[in-house]
Ligand binder design. Structure first.
Ligand code: HEM
Length: 401
């Protein structure tokens, strides 16, 4: 799309995807021509979409925008989605937000998550053993990218064996923007029921040293309310699966399409963290994210955002902003920039960013050290992307070795 072709406003979301996961052309157009751009969400709500890194960073750190979407009538993507859950850390504003976040933050620091590397490596190698004895070609999403977070994060979170089957049924959630509001509400309800059973099971039989236990203890000590505990557990289970399946799919895909850089990583495994940063920068999972609401009139890049207006940010626009990332369309593991901005900014900055990095580093290195000749079994143009998925990725990734 060129600057001379003006799309009709508001833009209708979801947008047609860019080639092989590149920034959608409409997002790139908005970044050039309309940095504060009206977008109609699938729910029918119109929100302002910010696409420049400086505007996004300013807005995400600005207390004049609320993150609380739990009230009925709040702007949603579609139906009563996961943002409707009361008191989830996601939905909290200060000072409650800081109090709840403090409970979990020690568990997720860069240092604290390193000790989980052997767990991810163990699950990765177990799945790769199965892959090596199964049919060739195979679908990497089914064999690896989807089960890895389910198995490994399930163990890390302390899902008891009797709830493992239900966990697999509920996650990853489809988070499908073309769903009916009824289907979305049903999906949210199924996850709520799972969380309620998990809480009951772990109150009866504690699993120390898990985030679930940490939240249950904080509740017992009166640091957080029952509803803050429930909502936050609900959210960290969504984030433990869905946002990981996407980079576990797009990462291997883009590396197989850049074989020289892949070969460098295989020859020198100390490069895997660089590859992970560039995968995180290149793709963002989560589309527009979830809206924020202006508490008062705020002017951004010359546009007046009125009190009560919804604002959304596609983090991939941030990590493709040419003012901060040179030639953002080039996948280059040797960039000086990292993937940090994909995880947001301000007080709600992704709590799991260091854990996500550990998962991806272990997963990519295990996959390609075991299968250095792994390649796409179809042309990249045949990969089935679905623009309606919030966590954008090819739905299957046929590979051969
Ligand atoms: C590559 C994978 C991931 C990406 C791209 C990602 C991205 C994000 C983003 C952009 C936000 C900010 C949302 C906002 O401000 O509106 C966020 C928040 C959050 N993420 Fe992640 N995330 C990932 C993986 C994870 C994992 C594995 C966990 C934990 C198990 C996690 C836990 C959280 C939590 C708890 C929040 C809310 C923090 C708060 O409200 O204070 N994320 N994530």
């Amino acid at each position: 799309m060129t600057d001379t072709i003006e799309p009709e406003l508001p833009l209708q979301y979801p947008f047609p995807l860019g080639d092989t996961g590149a920034l959608p052309p409409l997002t790139a157009w908005a970044q050039r021509a309309k940095p504060v751009c009206p977008v109609r969400l699938p729910s029918g709500v119109t929100a302002w979409m910010l696409t420049r890194r400086d505007d996004v960073a300013q807005m995400l750190a600005d207390n004049r925008f609320s993150r609380n979407l739990a009230e009925p009538g709040s702007p949603r993507m579609v139906g009563e989605d996961l943002t409707s859950v009361h008191d989830a850390i996601f939905n909290l504003d200060p000072p409650a937000h800081g109090r709840v976040r403090q409970v979990l933050s020690g568990w997720f620091t860069r240092r604290a998550v390193q000790r989980h590397r052997p767990l991810f490596a163990r699950h990765a190698h177990r799945l790769l053993d199965q892959l090596s004895t199964g049919p060739n070609p195979a679908d990497l999403v089914e064999a690896y990218s989807a089960p890895l977070p389910l198995d490994a994060m399930g163990e890390l979170m302390g899902v008891p064996p009797e709830l493992a089957a239900e966990c697999r049924q509920v996650y990853p959630m489809s988070l499908d923007l073309s769903s009916t509001p009824e289907a979305v509400e049903k999906e949210t309800d199924a996850a709520k029921q799972f969380i309620a059973r998990l809480i009951a099971a772990r109150r009866a039989d504690p699993a120390p040293d898990t985030p679930v236990h940490t939240l249950l203890e904080a509740r017992r000590e009166g640091v957080i309310s029952e509803s803050e505990m429930f909502g936050t557990l609900f959210l960290i289970f969504v984030t433990s699966f869905d946002p990981l399946v996407a980079p576990l799919t797009t990462g291997p895909m883009i590396l197989m399409l850049h074989r020289r850089q892949l070969a460098e990583c295989v020859a020198d495994p100390s490069l895997w963290p660089k590859a992970v940063e560039e995968v995180l920068r290149y793709f963002h999972n989560g589309g527009l994210g979830f809206p924020r609401i202006a508490r008062e009139d705020v002017e951004l890049s010359g546009t007046m955002i009125r009190q009560g207006d919804a604002v959304v940010v596609p983090m991939q626009a941030v990590t493709w902003d040419p003012r901060h990332y040179r030639n953002p369309e080039r996948f280059n593991i040797h960039r000086a920039t990292d993937g940090s901005a994909t995880f947001g900014a301000g007080p709600h900055y992704c709590l799991g960013s260091q854990l996500a990095r550990v998962v991806l580093q272990e997963a990519f290195s295990a996959l390609f050290q075991r299968f250095p000749t792994l390649d796409l079994a179809v042309s990249e143009r045949e990969l089935p992307w679905d623009p309606n998925r919030m966590f954008t990725r090819p739905m299957q990734l046929p590979v051969t070795w």
